[in-house]
Design a protein around this ligand. Structure first.
Ligand SMILES: [Mg+2]
Ligand SMILES: [Zn+2]
Length: 197
């Protein structure tokens, strides 16, 4: 059985892309994109809209995140004990510097970005629509066999539904309730560690 962790808002205390767009991008576009998520817009479209509002050098955003974005308590321990897969709809360029800051090595599947001066562009690793949810989603990147999934948001819903056990926080709880899926709450990753025994 493999433990799979979402990154933003799950391993990190808040969503790094949200933080970056609030600080350097256009919060108005962000609010509108989040409102349309799952209704008129798919996840990749929303991420692309938010990313396009960033027109600063990548190094500036990375420095800001390294300075301001904390990891959720228990992350170091859960990596040491369970060697999880981190499966993110975010970007290696914004994830790896935080892992480097902590001196933590863990397997990460994420997207890449092109920090163009006229608006950052996402380079999604996989744009094929999922057979289950109809969107490009995380399910296609899950390891074979049984998984335990830990997440907090919209991007986790489809992958979480294929897990034998789900730990959820924040908006993922409501999304799972809406489809009648079972989940267990967590606040920090120590809760997950304790529950896994
Ligand atoms: Mg998340
Ligand atoms: Zn799916």
């Amino acid at each position: 059985m493999r433990l799979v962790l979402d990154w933003d808002g799950t391993c990190t205390e808040t969503d790094g892309l949200v933080l970056a767009v609030e600080r350097f991008g256009d919060p108005g576009v962000f609010m509108e994109a989040e409102r349309l998520l799952g209704r008129r817009l798919g996840l990749h479209e929303v991420i692309a809209m938010e990313l396009a509002t960033l027109r600063v050098p990548l190094a500036e955003v990375v420095a800001f995140l390294v300075e301001n974005l904390g990891l959720r308590p228990g992350f170091r321990e859960i990596v040491a004990r369970h060697a999880p897969l981190v499966l993110s709809s975010g970007f290696h360029e914004l994830i790896q510097p935080l892992l480097a800051r902590e001196g933590i090595e863990v397997e990460v599947i994420a997207n890449r970005l092109n920090p163009r001066p006229d608006g950052w562009l996402p380079l999604f690793r996989d744009d094929e629509p999922c057979l289950v949810c109809g969107q490009a989603c995380k399910r296609a990147s899950l390891p074979a066999g049984e998984i335990v999934y830990v997440g907090d948001g919209y991007s986790d819903l489809c992958a979480a539904r294929s897990a034998v056990r789900v730990f959820a926080r924040d908006r993922l709880c409501g999304y799972l309730d809406a489809v009648g899926a079972l989940w267990e709450p967590f606040d920090d990753l120590d809760d997950v560690l304790r529950a896994l025994g």
